[in-house]
Write a new protein. Structure first.
Length: 83
């Protein structure tokens, strides 16, 4: 079974992340990914970077991945709003 920790390791192995929160039940996962790599990129491009980091696992093992992809500045702004 795929674990949230293994998904986290897959993303971090292919994408430099400043922060990540990941939860899931083995098939469906939710991720908050914060990376400088997202700067200047659209929502779709950000998701593509995460999918690329997961590679084959995304197609074969992970059935659903809901993502929030933020730059460090966007994440700090979101934290300030909820702080």
């Amino acid at each position: 079974m795929v674990t949230p920790e293994s998904v986290r390791q897959g993303i971090e192995g292919g994408l430099a992340c400043e922060h990540m929160e990941l939860a899931g039940d083995g098939q469906h996962f939710e991720a908050l990914v914060v990376s400088r790599a997202f700067e200047g990129r659209s929502r779709v491009q950000r998701h593509q970077l995460v999918y690329a980091a997961l590679g084959e696992r995304m197609r074969e093992e992970i059935h659903a991945l809901s993502m929030r992809c933020l730059t460090p500045d966007e994440w700090r702004a979101a934290q300030a709003q909820h702080g």
